[in-house]
Ligand binder design. Structure first.
Ligand code: HEM
Length: 180
């Protein structure tokens, strides 16, 4: 399940869209780092290298692009609004939905390039392993994805971000099936 785990922006397995997002914009006023020997006073070649360094240094992740926790917090709330009233899914979840909400938010924030709090607290995500105690067949998967689609649409990201998120959730939800 390598594709479910966090990747760095410069990871070669990221697709073109994500690389574009990671490098969405750079600060035109920023020059290369002072310790870069090539960027310091070596004319045109140095300036060229300095611009490249600036682009790599100022990656914008999807997490930054959507507004960080201000986006993922409500997304997870909307998703759980659906789960709470779903007759298929609700029995799988514990009475107290609070800890699960927080874990999902932290996981998604980390996956999309935000703070690494999830792994700092819980270690490697290993999502399939963490879902092993729950019987997840195609029906559960479809309910889960249905509520996530509704939550993403309610959160109102741009069409490009919406497509990227839904593509990921579609794939990840299928990967969580552990029972036919
Ligand atoms: C396919 C259908 C899925 C079902 C039925 C399902 C169900 C569950 C349940 C019952 C829990 C336990 C919640 C709790 O203890 O409060 C859980 C936890 C979690 N789920 Fe899912 N899940 C599904 C798919 C996914 C997907 C696709 C992702 C990620 C994209 C995901 C991410 C998580 C995370 C991060 C946790 C918390 C794990 C932890 O305790 O660290 N789940 N899920």
């Amino acid at each position: 399940m390598e594709h479910l785990e966090p990747l760095s922006c410069t990871d070669p397995v990221r697709d073109g869209f994500h690389r574009r997002l990671c490098r969405l914009r750079r600060n035109p006023n920023r020059s290369g780092p002072p310790h870069d020997p090539i960027a310091n006073g070596h004319g045109a070649i140095g300036q060229e290298r300095s611009r490249e360094t600036a682009i790599v240094d100022e990656e914008i992740t999807l997490y930054d692009h959507v507004g960080g926790s201000a986006f993922f917090g409500p997304l997870v709330e909307h998703f759980y609004d659906g789960v709470e009233h779903d007759p298929v899914l609700r029995p799988l979840y514990p009475d107290d939905l609070g800890p699960g909400k927080r874990a999902l938010r932290l996981f998604l924030e980390q996956y999309w390039g935000g703070p690494g709090t999830y792994s700092a607290e819980k270690g490697h995500p290993r999502l399939r392993m963490r879902h092993a105690p729950f019987v997840i067949g195609p029906a559960e998967r479809d309910r889960w994805f249905h509520h996530m689609v509704a939550a993403v649409k309610r959160s109102g990201p741009s069409p490009e971000i919406e497509a990227r998120l839904l593509e990921y959730f579609d794939m990840a939800a299928t990967a969580m099936i552990n029972h036919e």
